[in-house]
Design a protein around this ligand. Structure first.
Ligand SMILES: [Zn+2]
Length: 281
C-alpha cells in the first residue's frame, strides 16, 4: 500500500515572454517582463497545483488562478486587471482559467471542500500562485514562509499585491530545519516526511516541497525554481530573479535532487510537457 497519493491538476494557463521562463543568466528583467521594444512571441504554460494525500492530512501545493481572472471561463482582459489589481502585472502575465478548472472547482468535483484541506503550502507569492489563495480562506492552515512574506511586502508596489491574501489567516513560518541548498527548511510534521525547502532566486522565500516516504523515496515540487525538466537539464535560469547566484545554486540542487534514484518524480509549476496525472508511492 502506498503512503502518498499526489494529484497534479492544471488550473488554467499563464501567458508570458519566453525569456521570463528561460531567459538564462544574462536576461534583463525588462526583457523577461516584456518591456523592451523588440518582444518575442509569448508562450502559454500550464499553472499546476498538487493535492497531496498524506497519513497526516491533506495538503494543497499552490492555489493557481482565482475564478475572478476568467469569470466566464474565457480570456477577459478587464476582469484580469481587476483581479490582479495591476495593469503592469497584466502586461507581464495574462491568464485564463476555463470553467470548472480552478483548484477549488476541481477539488469540489472530487468531493473535497476548502475546509477539508489541512495545509495549503504556497511556493511563493507571485500572482499566478497567490491570486487563488482566497478560494482557501477556510483551509485549516495557509503556510507561507516568513521570508517570502517579508520579501513580498518590500516589493508590493509592483510585483505583489496584498489584496490577494487580504483577510486570510496566513501561518508565517520560520525555518526550523536545515535541508536544501541554503540549509533552510521547515519540517512540517516534525518527522522529515514533508519538508518545505528554501530555494531562493526567483523570489527570496521561494520553497520547494519534498514528500519523503519511510524508504527514502520522494516527490519534489519546485514551484518556479525552474520551468520544467529543460530548466535543470540544461541549467537555464528564469529571467525574473532577485538573485542570480542564489537562483543558480537552487537550480543545481533541483537538478541533483531530480536525478537521484530515490526521486519518484520532480515537477515545476509550469512544466509545459507534463499533463495532469496521479503519482503514488
Ligand atoms: Zn509562476
Amino acid at each position: 500500500m502506498s503512503n502518498y497519493k499526489i494529484t497534479m491538476m492544471h488550473t488554467g494557463k499563464v501567458r508570458i515572454e519566453p525569456e521570463l521562463a528561460f531567459g538564462g543568466d544574462h536576461c534583463s528583467t525588462a526583457k523577461a517582463a516584456g518591456f523592451t521594444i523588440k518582444r518575442s512571441p509569448q508562450i502559454w504554460l500550464p499553472v499546476s497545483v498538487f493535492l497531496v494525500e498524506t497519513p497526516n492530512g491533506l495538503l494543497l501545493l499552490d492555489t493557481g488562478w482565482d475564478r475572478s481572472m476568467s469569470p466566464n471561463g474565457i480570456f477577459d482582459k478587464k476582469a484580469q486587471i481587476k483581479s490582479l489589481g495591476s495593469r503592469v502585472l497584466y502586461h507581464i502575465n495574462q491568464g485564463v482559467v476555463p470553467k470548472g478548472m480552478t483548484a477549488s472547482e476541481q477539488l469540489a468535483s472530487m468531493g473535497i471542500k476548502p475546509e477539508d484541506i489541512d495545509y495549503v503550502v504556497i511556493s511563493h507569492l507571485d500572482c499566478d500562485h497567490a491570486n487563488g489563495l482566497r478560494q482557501f480562506k477556510n483551509a485549516k492552515h495557509i503556510m507561507v514562509a516568513k521570508s517570502e512574506y517579508e520579501y513580498a511586502k518590500k516589493h508590493e508596489a509592483v510585483r505583489f499585491k496584498p489584496r490577494w491574501w487580504k483577510g486570510l489567516n496566513l501561518d508565517l513560518y520560520d525555518w526550523n530545519d536545515t535541508e536544501g541548498p541554503f540549509k533552510r527548511s521547515y519540517d512540517l510534521f516534525g518527522d522529515k516526511s514533508v519538508e518545505l525547502i528554501n530555494i531562493p532566486g526567483h523570489t527570496a522565500g521561494l520553497v520547494a516541497t519534498k514528500i519523503t516516504d519511510k524508504d527514502g523515496k520522494y516527490f519534489l515540487y519546485y514551484g518556479d525554481g525552474g520551468y520544467g525538466e529543460k530548466s535543470w537539464k540544461e541549467m537555464i535560469t528564469s529571467g525574473i530573479s532577485m538573485n542570480k547566484s542564489a537562483q543558480k545554486k537552487s537550480l543545481e540542487w533541483i537538478r541533483e535532487q531530480s536525478m537521484d534514484s530515490n526521486c519518484v518524480e520532480s515537477d515545476a509549476c509550469h512544466g509545459a510537457e507534463v499533463k495532469p496525472h496521479i503519482i503514488e508511492f
